[in-house]
Each structure stands twice: as C-alpha cells, then as structure tokens.
Design a protein around this ligand. Sequence first.
Ligand SMILES: NC(=O)c1ccc[n+]([C@@H]2O[C@H](COP(=O)([O-])OP(=O)(O)OC[C@H]3O[C@@H](n4cnc5c(N)ncnc54)[C@H](OP(=O)(O)O)[C@@H]3O)[C@@H](O)[C@H]2O)c1
Length: 309
Amino acid sequence: MFGKKKPIPQIDKTQLALIKNAERRIKQKKRLYIHFVIFLIGSVLLIVANTVLNIGQEFKIFGLDWFVIAIIVWFVLFIYHFISVFIINKFMGRDWEDQQRDLLVAKQEERIEKLKQEYLAKESKVAKSQAFDASAKSSAPFQKKKSELTLIAAAGEDNGIGKDGDLIWHLGDDLKRFKNLTSGHCIIMGRKTFESFKNPLPNRTHIVITRQDNYAVPSGVIVVHNLDDALDAARKDAQPFIIGGGEIYRQAIGMADKIELTRVHGNFPTADTFFPEIDGFIWKETHRKEHSKDNTHNYAFSFLTYERK
Ligand SMILES: NC(=O)c1ccc[n+]([C@@H]2O[C@H](COP(=O)([O-])OP(=O)(O)OC[C@H]3O[C@@H](n4cnc5c(N)ncnc54)[C@H](OP(=O)(O)O)[C@@H]3O)[C@@H](O)[C@H]2O)c1
C-alpha cells in the first residue's frame, strides 16, 4: 500500500531529441558497415563465379569481364552510400543542426532577457536606496553623517571678504578661532587664497584647487583641478573646511553642511571679493557669539554658526 513509487525519469524534450538522433545515427553507420561487408563478400563471390565456376566467362562489357563491371558499379553505389552518411548527412543531419542552432539562440535570448530583468531589478533597488538616503538626509537631521563639509569665512556686512588678494582687516581673535576650528583638518582653497599665505599653515592638510597643470607647491600640499577632486582628497576627514576665497565659496556653498562665519560689523566698499548671500530658506543660525571692538580689534564682530535646514 505504501510501496515506493517508481521514479519518473526527468528528461527534457531536447535531451530526448538528442538521444533519438544519436540512435538514428548509430543505425545509419551500422547499415553502412553491413553494406561494406556485403560488398566485400559479394565481390569475392562474383570473382569466384566467373573465374572458378566459369559462369558467363564469354560475356564481356566494353571488353571487360562482366564481374569487373558489376564490382565497379557496386563500389560506386557504396561510395554514394558512404558520402550520404558522412558528408551530405553531416553529423546528426542538417535539419538536426538547424534545430540545435535555433534552440541555442532561443536559450541565449532567454538568458539575456533574464539578465536584463535582474539588472533592472538591481538598478531600481539602488535608485530606491539612493532616494531613501536622500530623504533620510532631509528628514533625519540628527542622523550621523560621514563628514561635515564646513565653509569658514570672515565677511563684512556687505559680504566683502578681500581686496587685492588679501584680507581687509586684521582681527587677532578671529584668526585664533580659525586656527582652533581648522587645526588637524583638511583645508580646501582656491589657488589665489593659497598664494595669500606666506607659508602653508601648520597642522593642516592643504588642498589647493587650480586649473594650472604644473602648479608647483611645497611638499605635503595637495593640488587638484576641481572641487570634486578636492572633496575626494579630503574624504577621510570628518570635517573638511572650505577656507576660500570668493570663487571657491560660491562653488562650494551648495554642497556645504555648515558655515562658520565671522560677521565683521562694517561695510567695506573697496572690497573686490565677496562671500555669497546666506539664504535664510536654506540655512538657520544655530550659534552666535559677539565680540566687541577693542584696542587690538578695529571692528566689532560676531561668530556665527549656520547649519543647513
Ligand atoms: N575673508 C575671508 O574669510 C577670506 C578667506 C579666503 C580668502 N579671502 C580673500 O579672497 C581673495 C581670493 O579669492 P578669489 O575668489 O579671488 O580666489 P580663490 O577662490 O582663492 O582662487 C581662485 C582660483 O582658484 C582656481 N579655481 C577656482 N575654481 C576652480 C575650478 N572650478 N577648477 C579649477 N580651479 C579653480 C583658479 O586657479 P588658477 O587661476 O590657478 O587656475 C582660480 O583663479 C583674497 O583677497 C583673499 O584674501 C578672504
């Protein structure tokens, strides 16, 4: 009652066709072999009949004994048989070859289609995860980011930051703050800002952006040719700083997470370089510290921190 079921052989149609063709092929070859043996025996019998038994000894065709003609004709028939098995009917036969080729093409097409579907599924997964990352970035501000790109600058009320390749003021406490914040980090700057320093600043990795191919710098200073490469060079730093000047601030503000701005309370009409406008829709002030004018500081100023909303 609970006896074992006989296993049903799992052979697909292609395998079955292959086996049938192989069987057909074996039969074809067997028949050719039998033909050959019969031809040999028949030829010997024909020779014996004519030469030993003297059958039709007088009968000649084109001056040749009849058995010679008979053997030649039979041999030609055998050759035709041989050709039809091995040459005309190549391997498993032309039909079979065509069928196999079509099957192969169909299988490859099926595989390509499958790969295409897999690729599209993978691509949409990646797109979804990127979309998730983007939405996570905007909806979860306290989620820890890999690095925090920070712009650091000192700008007047009218956003002026420099004149003739130099600063417009000397504010010792602002320089101290700049040093405290940027020490140990990568500082990314335009070529002109780099040239405004007498020497590279200690304890910071300088990344200088220039379009010049062979721009020479002291050892340890990294030269790149666009902002993306600068950020790439600073990728191991948790807080790389963009330190100016005007051109680089303009290009980087759209990518920044934070702005450390020293707002110098004064207007500087002679300035020729400017910090970009801080858009209140994008940035919110998160910290402010005032510093009044004194003996060593010609202007009052405020340390302001802005974070992307
Ligand atoms: N108050 C502040 O906080 C502060 C801070 C920094 C600087 N500054 C002042 O700002 C002034 C300098 O600023 P700036 O705007 O004139 O110059 P900059 O931004 O310092 O440098 C401009 C140079 O950077 C290179 N560069 C810019 N964009 C590039 C890009 N996309 N690809 C490749 N190279 C690029 C070019 O160098 P090449 O010409 O070599 O190709 C360009 O001439 C100075 O007066 C300085 O004192 C003020």
